[in-house]
Design a protein around this ligand. Structure first.
Ligand SMILES: Cc1ncc(COP(=O)(O)O)c(C=O)c1O
Length: 362
């Protein structure tokens, strides 16, 4: 086997696989999923719709109906189209593949979404991570300096950012987009837009270098794996060449179209999560030894600030109490002793708060 493994790229062999912990039996607050399921009557209707899908056929490659539903639902500006991905993860991989010229670079603030770096590296591009400021705002001077010196092919800005949860200043985004100019793409990643109360989408037509990316995952459809991006048609035409022709399956297509017809249900769930986020933030901030950072996403980042108690200690104590959150403390020095907690139902949030309260004691 050792000989056989030689055929695999050295850089791939030295990577650690993306680790997803087993959450069976746990209150799962580690992956920014929407905790709500569909009401039974919608489940029934969706079941009927899916039962009628022609599983024996390949998807219709234009995906015209799904794209129209997305344009309509998202309010994609007139004259702009979308490209679909098997989750935003696949869109990120496709952007990397399309732009991976020899020597091409990818820039993103760090800590940020890990797939930007991973996907760049897998495509053979070098990744430049510029640390955020201590308050998690963009270090604009540092970003502009790297843009001027390195001319990255792709700059990612998650709006709001994961794992910090904050929205970067709009003016900082604009300065970065203008500084990149026509030497690179700026991907504005709006994965958490349903909870953000703001969006860059309406400004897309102003900037030929901006690619706006979204996913239905956080809205409540993580399981169907669907992401989309919009950009100038000339760019979309190029990206589309690296897209596997049937990358979105017929069940995802039908389920997404159905859910956009019933978007009010998902919107109400997102609104409930925003209310819970505010309540949770208040309660977390009131706990001695816990700092809770402002969030425009469906998760809250907290820092454990208690002498003799690390974020990892609290993570493990929460786990012993059957609550799974994300221990992000080792991701970046700015996140020391930090935990990322998905906002969930009032019941699950109460379980988290109780478990955290006890975990801070013993
Ligand atoms: C900023 C950001 N972008 C994209 C994604 C990936 O979304 P998807 O589920 O569509 O692959 C995530 C997932 O956590 C994310 O945090």
């Amino acid at each position: 086997m050792a000989d056989l493994l030689q055929v695999v790229r050295d850089d791939v062999r030295s990577l650690a696989a993306y680790h997803v912990p087993d959450a069976s039996g746990l209150v799962k607050l580690d992956a920014m999923e929407n905790p709500y399921t569909l009401p039974p009557e919608l489940q029934q209707l969706l079941g009927d719709r899916l039962a009628a899908v022609a599983l024996n056929r390949y998807p219709v490659p234009s995906y015209a109906a799904l794209k129209a539903a997305i344009r309509d639902h998202a309010g994609i500006p007139p004259g702009f189209d979308v490209m679909l991905g098997n989750g935003s993860d696949e869109l990120i991989a496709m952007l990397s593949t399309a732009c991976a010229k020899p020597g091409a670079k990818v820039l993103a603030p760090v800590p940020g979404f890990v797939m930007y770096a991973m996907s760049a590296q897998l495509a053979g591009m070098s990744f430049i991570g510029v640390p955020l400021c201590a308050d998690f705002s963009l270090d604009l001077d540092a970003m502009l300096a790297v843009i001027g010196k390195e001319r990255p092919a792709i700059t990612y800005l998650a709006y709001p950012n994961n794992p910090t949860g904050n929205l970067f200043k709009l003016d900082d985004l604009l300065q970065i987009i203008r500084a990149v100019g026509d030497t690179g793409l700026v991907v504005v990643d709006e994965a958490y837009q349903p909870f953000a109360g703001t969006s860059f989408l309406a400004r897309l037509p102003e900037f030929s270098n901006v690619v706006l990316m979204r996913t239905v995952s956080k809205l409540g459809l993580a399981g169907i794996r669907l992401g989309y991006l919009s950009a100038a048609s000339e760019l979309l035409a190029e990206f589309d060449k690296v897209r596997p022709p049937y990358n979105v399956n017929v069940l995802t297509e039908a389920a997404a179209i159905f859910m956009f017809e019933h978007a009010a249900t998902l919107d109400a769930q997102a609104a409930a999560l925003c209310t819970e986020r505010a309540r949770m933030a208040e309660q977390l901030a009131a706990m001695p030894g816990v700092v809770c950072f402002p969030s425009a996403a469906n998760f809250l980042l907290i820092r454990i600030e208690r002498p003799g108690l690390s974020g990892t200690d609290v993570f493990e104590r929460l786990l012993a109490r059957q609550v799974l959150v994300k221990n992000v403390g080792k991701m970046h020095t700015l996140l020391e002793n930090c935990l990322r907690i998905t906002v969930s139902t009032p019941q699950e949030n109460a379980m988290l708060l109780n478990a955290l309260q006890s975990s801070l004691m013993s």
